[in-house]
Each structure stands twice: as C-alpha cells, then as structure tokens.
Design a protein around this ligand. Structure first.
Ligand code: NDP
Ligand code: OXD
Length: 310
C-alpha cells in the first residue's frame, strides 16, 4: 500500500484529493488534518510544508512540489535526504507566457492610463509604438522564461534573456549569462521580467543597485518570488524615476496585507500570485511517474539539484 501525504502549513490541499484518488486508486491519501502514523508515508506532495515534519517520515521516497518553485520546501532546514521534484508542464508555461505578455502590453501600450481615462469618460491618446521598439529582458531563461520569450518574440518585441550558465536559445533572442554579462543585459531592458528561482544567489536581486542599471523609467514585472524584490527599494525607485511602473505577482508576505503601500500606489499593479497554476491532474500524474521511477531505481525526471538550489 502506498501512502501519500498532502502537506502545507498555509494552504488547504483538499482540492487535490479528487485528482490523486483518480491517479492512485489504491493508495491511502492523507492531509494535514489526518496525517496518521508518519512512518507509513511514501510521498509528500507539498506547498510550504511545516518545517521538520518530513524529517520524521522514515519511509519517505519522494518530495513533490505543487509548483515549479521549490524554495517553499528547501526553506525547511531539516529536509531529509530524499529526491525533491518540481512541476514542469506545458500548460503552466503557456499560462505564464500569457500573463507576462499581458503585463508587457499593459505597460508598453499604456493600458493603465486608458482604464483610468475610460473610468472618467475621457478620450485621451498616448503614444503608440510598435513592439519592435520595446526591449523586454527576461531574467531566468528556464522552462517558463523561454516560453515567455517565444510568445513575446512572436508578437515582434525585442527580447533578451539572462541565465546563470550558457545554453541554447531560439534564433533572434539576444542572450546573456552569468554575473559578468548582467549589466549589459540590464542596460537593454525597457521591461524587466523576473522569472528566476529563489536561491541564495537571487534573493534580493531586484533592489536599488539593479534598478539603477536599467534604462530610466523601466517597467519591472516580478513573477518569480516576493523575496527577489527588496520591497523597501521599490517606491523610492519609482519616485526617483529609475523605474516607471511595476507589476508584481509574488510577495514576501502572501496574502499581501491590506495596509501594504503597494496596494495604493497607482504605478504598481498587484496580482495575487496567479500568473500561472498547475492543474491538479498534472501534479497527481507527475507524482505517480516520479514515484514509479524512484521505486524502479531510476532518477526522477524533474528532480531538483539541491546544491544549486533550483
Ligand atoms: P527553471 O529552473 O526552468 O529556470 C530557472 C532559470 O533561472 C534558468 O535559466 C537558470 O539558469 C536561471 N537562474 C538560476 N539562478 C540564476 C542566477 N543566479 N543568475 C542568473 N540566472 C539564474 O525554472 P522555471 O522557469 O520552471 O521557474 C522559474 C520560477 O518561476 C520558479 O522558481 C518560481 O519561483 C516562479 N514561478 C512563479 C509562478 C507564479 O505564478 N508567479 C508560477 C510558477 C513559477 P540556467 O539556465 O543557467 O540553469
Ligand atoms: C510555482 C508557483 O512555483 O505557483 O509553481 O509559484
């Protein structure tokens, strides 16, 4: 008998149960409300699991993230030595590409201004520039970053990307990698999209020093993690004109507290961590495939490199 635990300290994981019942008809499924004996659990499916809990599961063979990121798992200082897998999924990538394309167009085509004018019944035109005149930089050229780059290039935007190590990229994508090429990358980003994983190297990367390297008035789109952004640097950078606008989907504290100044700043668009989502059936299927491979002595397909942190 396989036992799967759905673990989260802050999310009701009940919505996953029907998909897991369909994918694992013979397994025992447990939730935080009904964890039972920890020594029977084979796989933990997680979003921000309680720290130290998985270290007390001696049979655990797989730690499966609900999403693409795994920082909410590696935050557990007592993580057991068990493969950690993340979701890689085409629907998730196209969902992110759709969100990022919207954010870029919303900024570049002044949609915020038109919405405000329309609400006041005013016919007011702003400049109309072709996509090719707008340079979009994507920091993090992995599964999601590449999907965004392709979608924006298909619309004619001038797209550049930046990653940690050299990699193959689609023709037409201006490409930079490593710390040595970061400044050159940033200097050509009218919109900067953050699609980095949260690691020791990337935490706090979106701060005063980086903003100063962007073209004046750049639009920041953060769809990575809240902790990529030094929150206290954002409004001063907007006030100083280093940044012109920000679109933020991830925050240090989620839900973003009602009193947070980002809600009330008209230069900042806040969305509630919805840029993209994984469908429950995909999570259940990838969990089954990963568990099968691990039990067969093979490496799981999307196991994370914990040394690298993503
Ligand atoms: P991948 O692991 O496929 O890609 C990560 C990319 O970031 C790679 O190109 C990697 O470089 C690059 N990178 C990592 N560290 C550095 C660094 N120090 N300097 C420069 N580049 C770096 O991840 P995904 O594309 O699947 O996901 C990215 C992130 O998106 C997730 O970790 C998560 O935080 C966020 N996310 C947000 C969602 C939302 O709804 N807001 C939904 C899903 C994910 P290299 O190619 O050299 O390895
Ligand atoms: C993820 C997310 O990492 O939704 O998948 O943020």
């Amino acid at each position: 008998m396989t036992t799967i635990a759905l673990l989260s300290a802050n999310l009701d994981m009940g919505y996953l149960l029907p998909a897991f019942r369909a994918e694992f008809p013979d397994a025992e499924l447990r939730t935080m409300a009904d964890l039972g004996p920890l020594d029977a659990i084979d796989a933990a499916v997680c979003w921000a699991p309680p720290a130290g809990l998985m270290a007390r599961m001696p049979r655990l063979a797989l730690i499966q993230s609900l999403g693409a990121g795994i920082d909410h798992i590696t935050a557990d200082a007592a993580l057991p030595d068990v493969p950690v897998c993340r979701i890689v999924d085409t629907d998730m990538a196209s969902g992110m590409a759709a969100y990022v394309t919207w954010a870029v167009i919303h900024g570049q085509r002044h949609m915020g201004r038109y919405l405000a004018s329309a609400a006041a019944g005013r016919w007011e035109e702003a400049s109309v520039q072709p996509p090719r005149a707008h340079r979009v930089g994507i920091a993090g050229l992995g599964t999601l970053g590449l999907a965004c780059a392709r979608a924006l290039m298909a619309l004619g935007y001038s797209v550049r990307g930046w990653s940690r190590s050299p990699r193959e990229v689609p023709e037409g994508l201006a490409y930079f990698h490593g710390a040595a090429q970061q400044a050159e990358f940033l200097a050509g980003c009218d919109t900067l999209v953050c699609l980095l994983p949260l690691t020791e190297e990337t935490a706090g990367i979106l701060g005063r020093d980086l903003f100063a390297q962007l073209p004046r008035g750049a639009h920041l789109v953060n769809v990575g993690r809240g902790a990529h952004l030094v929150e206290t640097d954002l409004i001063p950078a907007l006030d100083a004109g280093h940044l012109g606008a920000a679109t933020l989907d991830a925050f240090v504290q989620e839900p973003l507290p009602a009193e947070h100044p980002f809600w009330r700043d008209p230069r900042i668009v806040v969305t509630p961590h919805i840029a993209t989502r994984t469908q429950p059936a995909v999570i259940a299927r990838q969990t089954r495939l990963n568990l099968e491979r691990i039990r067969a002595g093979q490496a799981a397909e999307v196991a994370v490199d914990l040394q690298r942190g993503y």
